[in-house]
Design a binder for this molecule. Structure first.
Ligand code: ISL
Length: 564
């Protein structure tokens, strides 16, 4: 089947569930989740109705960035299990009619990868040009502050350059010092990556989520960036969406996917991607990927610095999503997400996890899932898992959070309580605490001490309390997923935004061959008037009161009408 045959594009009607393996289910009592643990929970995921698991990295890794620093792409980290466990996971998923998408982290490797160990050893090594090596600034002494090739900062604090005495050069690391960037200009690097991807597809997986894949082509001139409040330069304009990105992705498609008879899900993680780029990359006739993860909506509550997050104006959200829906309407395809392992929990961020926990979690889910695109559910989102009341920096584990705290408090002199407050709102660790299966001390995740503390609210927010309750958040996610599977208008219908200027009601229509779905949701704590309706109320999150013309706080309704 060719990529351009829409009938073969199974991922259009699928719902993807992201598993963060460290925190999903521990089976061997070491306090860290593992692959046999995931296998033991497949019936739960099947019951929820999701079609695909996207598994965050389980490859061999020193875990400087929880597995996003890979030291061997072809083996499983012993913390998580073995290659035999992965084969078993694939088989068990396929038996249930489900699929597996693996994380592909190829903008960088770990500094403990054999490729980098060779590359750093000398300028004459076999892989000398596999990474981004550069001389010090002209006239500067290598290793001295200010001698770095340019002023770019790392996403995880400090300079993006690390001095390597063995070569008398710096290497680029956009993320941690232990995550050196690969040099995609080298054809040998690209060949090695394609070969590795082919081996994983031959093993039976169903696609890849591609980590920061729009960073792989850098501006060779390495210009300094505008200086940020950290004192370092912003390199984003020079490495995001770079000059050879689309060429590299086209080459990858030809080398890995084109010769195969199945269709695969490929989703590129792309901070700062534009709708125009996404439309081109995901064009069903000529594109290189199934879909991308764009970041515009998750940046709407701050000014570019996530630690300064404030309130979201719903009108901005409508404007942003509306723009992406239009830009990809003809031949493109969107991904739809609120959460992943890098984002705070949506019910705490844009819902109300205090007075309207159930209603806001389900209203936000309803809005997201009924846009045109493929929805992603991040583990625990279907239970309304919330942000975590971190009360001390020692409770956090994430390298981004820990480094940010050190820089902000020790170097910039910011108030520790204020820095901790920003971390409570935005730290990636909000998403990374153990999955809340039960009210027991380890939340049913582990019998040991977990690698990161369990959210204390697991006594109330947990799967055991929800799976058999028809009025639970879990049950609502199940209904949304079932609606997508039963009604083609959800998958294929055109999208039209309604009430763009309403400050609290999010409303839109989906239309397909005489069938119209009207979705209305009050994304606020106050009742809101709303006259929109339709013939049949097919889904709602609160007790039915369809006639009133008023939406209760966080009430969501889905109407369906059919024209004869
Ligand atoms: O979460 C972020 C910082 O606020 C983002 O910049 C994030 O680092 C970016 O979206 C890239 O994320 C991906 O690559 C990183 C890894 O740490 C993230 O977990 C991953 O999703 C490096 O591999």
């Amino acid at each position: 089947m060719s990529h351009s045959d829409p009938g073969s594009q199974w991922w259009r009607s699928a719902v993807v569930y992201q598993v963060y393996p460290r925190s999903f289910q521990d089976s061997d009592g070491d306090g860290v989740g593992d692959i046999p643990g995931i296998i033991s929970r497949l019936d739960y995921l099947h019951e929820l109705g999701v079609d695909v698991i996207w598994l965050s990295p389980v490859y061999r890794s020193p875990h400087d960035d929880n597995g996003y620093d890979i030291s061997d792409y072809e083996d499983i980290d012993p913390t998580f299990g073995t290659l035999a466990d992965i084969d078993e996971l694939i088989a068990q998923l396929h038996t249930r009619g489900m699929k597996l998408v693996m994380d592909l982290v190829v903008n960088h490797t770990s500094d403990e990868h054999a490729w980098f160990i060779d590359s750093r050893s000398s300028r004459d090594s076999a892989r000398a040009d596999w990474y981004m090596w550069h001389d010090p600034r002209p006239g500067a002494v290598g290793g001295q502050p200010g001698a770095e090739p340019n002023n770019w900062g790392s996403f995880f604090s400090g300079s993006a350059w690390q001095w390597e005495p063995a070569r008398g050069q710096y290497y680029l690391h956009l993320f941690s010092r232990k995550q050196p960037d690969l040099n995609w200009e080298s054809p040998a690097v690209r060949d090695a990556i394609h070969a590795m991807m082919n081996r994983w597809l031959d093993r039976g997986i169903d696609g890849f989520r591609m980590d920061v894949i729009n960073f792989i082509s850098k501006d060779a001139a390495l210009p300094d960036g505008a200086v940020l409040e950290t004192g370092f330069g912003d390199g984003m304009p020079f490495f995001a969406n770079g000059p050879r990105l689309q060429e590299y992705l086209a080459e990858m498609k030809a080398a890995v996917f084109d010769g195969r008879s199945a269709d695969y899900l490929t989703v590129g993680e792309m901070p700062d991607a534009t709708p125009e780029l996404a439309a081109s990359l995901t064009d069903a006739r000529t594109g290189q990927l199934s879909m991308i993860f764009q970041f515009e909506h998750v940046g709407l509550d701050h000014d570019g610095v996530k630690w300064n997050a404030g309130e979201l104006d719903i009108r901005d959200l409508k404007k942003s999503f509306g723009k992406w829906q239009s830009a990809l309407a003809d031949h493109g395809w969107n991904s739809l997400y609120w959460n992943n392992h890098d984002q705070p929990r949506i019910v705490s961020r844009w819902g109300n996890d205090r007075e309207h926990w159930y209603a806001s979690a389900t209203a936000l889910a309803t809005v997201l899932h009924l846009h045109r695109g493929t929805p992603y559910v991040y583990q625990g989102e279907e239970l309304g898992m919330t942000n975590v009341p971190f009360d001390d920096i020692s409770a956090l584990r994430d390298i981004e959070s820990v480094n940010h705290y050190a820089v902000a408090v020790d170097m910039l002199g910011q108030e520790p309580a204020a820095v901790l407050g920003a971390l409570r709102a935005m730290s990636r660790d909000n998403a990374r605490t153990p999955m809340q299966w039960t009210a027991e001390p380890g939340a049913g995740f582990t019998a040991a001490t977990p690698w990161i503390g369990v959210n204390p609210n697991h006594d109330r927010v947990n799967a055991a309390a929800q799976i058999d309750d028809p009025n639970s958040i879990f049950a609502h996610y199940r209904r949304l997923i079932a609606l997508r599977h039963s009604d083609p208008v959800v998958v294929h219908g055109d999208f039209r935004m309604l009430l763009p200027d309403d400050p609290s009601v999010y409303a839109f229509a989906r239309e397909l061959e005489g069938t119209t779905l009207v979705v209305v949701a009050n994304l606020s704590d106050q009742a809101a008037p709303c006259d929109l309706s339709g013939d049949d109320l097919v889904l709602t999150n609160l007790p039915e009161d369809a006639a009133s013309g008023v939406l209760a706080p966080w009430e969501a309704r889905v109407y369906r009408s059919t024209r004869a």
